[in-house]
Design a protein around this ligand. Structure first.
Ligand code: URA
Length: 213
């Protein structure tokens, strides 16, 4: 393997099919960036094929990498609770990530999350585009800045745009909000409660907008 094996990576090429399972299957073999080497597996999106809402996070975390499913760890648990409060059943939405392999670095025995860079995000984009093409959600919720930047470019700031109904080339209706893991990082109980409430409000905006023509 050459030192910079990224040059030799094959671009992500989702099969031209209307079968989401086929695309999911093909994503398991993806070597479009180096992240596949350290990750346990590709974590593709999950949810009903015609879900009205698609939630897009950043990348799988430690739990998701092992389970092979998106948002099953602590961030997923708090997201599920907020979804329920906003009137959405998790089983009715499609949940995925901008990047489908866990990027991490070792710290002792722990695997520490590392933010994906723009090359890794771009390499993975064809899978997200295929998911959007096949699920055809009425609305996409961007969870955090990485997802927001996929839809709106590098200058996108969640703090400025959260909770607004937006439109992008990838999806006609988009609402951005914070990443649920940011709720877990709040310094005290009061800010945790406040930020959680704001997150639920943003999700309610998304639900309302998804049902309006
Ligand atoms: N964070 C994400 O962005 N996605 C997951 O699936 C889990 C944690």
């Amino acid at each position: 393997m050459p030192a910079n094996s990224e040059e030799y990576a094959r671009p992500a090429t989702p099969p031209d099919t209307s079968n989401l399972s086929e695309v999911r299957g093909a994503s398991r073999e993806c070597t479009a960036c180096h992240l596949y080497k350290r990750a346990t597996q590709t974590v593709f999106g999950e949810g009903p094929k015609n879900a009205p809402i698609m939630l897009v996070g950043e990348q799988p975390g430690d739990y998701e990498d092992v389970a092979g499913k998106p948002f099953v760890g602590p961030a997923g648990k708090i997201m599920d609770r907020a979804l329920e409060e906003a009137g959405i059943d998790r089983s009715h939405v499609y949940v995925t990530n901008a990047v489908k392999h866990f990027k991490w670095e070792p710290r002792g025995k722990r695997r520490i999350h590392k933010k994906p860079n723009s090359r890794e995000i771009a390499a993975c984009r064809p899978w997200l585009e295929a998911e959007i093409r096949l699920v055809k959600p009425q609305l996409v919720v961007c969870l955090g800045s990485t997802a927001g930047q996929v839809f709106f470019g590098p200058s996108f700031r969640v703090t400025r745009e959260r909770g607004k109904l937006l439109s992008s080339k990838l999806a006609s209706k988009v609402v951005a909000t914070v990443h649920p893991s940011s709720l877990l990082r709040q310094p005290d109980e009061e800010s945790r409660k406040r930020e959680y409430k704001r997150f639920v409000v943003d999700l309610r905006t998304a639900v309302k907008a998804s049902s309006e023509i």
